[in-house]
Write a protein that binds this ligand. Sequence first.
Ligand SMILES: *Cc1c(COP(=O)(O)O)cnc(C)c1O
Ligand code: SF4
Length: 347
Amino acid sequence: MDGNQPRTLRSLADLAREGLLAADAAADPALAEVAARYAIAITQDVRDTIDRSDAADPVARQYVPDARERETHDDENADPIGDDAHSPVKGIVHRYKDRALLKPTHACAVYCRFCFRREMVGPGGAALDAAETQAALAYIRATPAIREVILTGGDPLVLSPRRMGELLGALAAIDHVDWLRIHSRVPVADPARVTDALVAALKQPKAVWLAVHANHANEFSPAAIAACAKLADAGIPLIGQTVLLKGINDTPEGLETLFRTMTKHRIKPYYLHHADKAPGTAHLRTDLATGQTLMRGLRGRLSGLAQPVYVLDIPGGAGKVPVGPTYLGADGTVADPAGRRHAYRDD
Ligand SMILES: *Cc1c(COP(=O)(O)O)cnc(C)c1O
Ligand code: SF4
């Protein structure tokens, strides 16, 4: 391998040089079109979890560009869950009364091919400058209904520990904010960023919950496991966030192993997201019936502690709702995990 290969691969040529794409990929006009539109980044840690002998490797599929990303369907949308309509000031999305998103950066450690914000994220994407950050904080201070601030992006954990500490400190100082939440792929995708300084920045006088985004058990490399342990040891409650992805984790065994791995490493599986209709992601989406069948299967074979809630973010911004299987029948029966129906007298 080329000794000058960068630690994070950011171009088709980088990927071709490492054998993650065909040698002539950089000259492929279809892939060039994809790469011009959607950012690429694959860290060394992620590459180390890829099995090069597996053409359908579930980690590689999450990050390596695919010519099918050019195919945009008419129900796909650059803003699939309607964030823009609920943005009172730059960097804030306030859709539910009691909680608001704060997006301090558009950069991520890695760029995922299925990302629902794929039109917004990227290394050049504008982050909030100092004045915009103050304006966002002022909105939260002036809105007592906001009880929780959720840092997302981009990936907030690419901010320096100093900026992270300042931002969390300012949010924790707001009386009506009861707790904070951060959504991040950094613990699994770029665990070297989970330094003592970052952990210190996450320790605040109010609870800071961390949602770790992972879609396959193979993402839990020894370094990722160590990063999660460091966070959990520091008293930071960890929850897991997963996107259901065709050809990546849409099997009973795949999901069971992922949720067992999370729970074993002190990450409580929180949501299994039905994939959003972001442009060029149809080849990675399942249908809802597939997700429901998978969830029904997990009920009987996996501890209740390790079960996430299967959710759909309704296109257009109406909100997230559970879409898992229902067990109660209209006929006064209830289904058990094996699907057998039992009468239940509801009185
Ligand atoms: C997903 C989301 C939240 C968080 O929802 P929870 O169900 O509390 O995890 C908050 N605001 C917006 C705009 C969201 O899209
Ligand atoms: S890390 Fe999150 S925000 Fe960034 S590309 Fe992946 S899914 Fe999108």
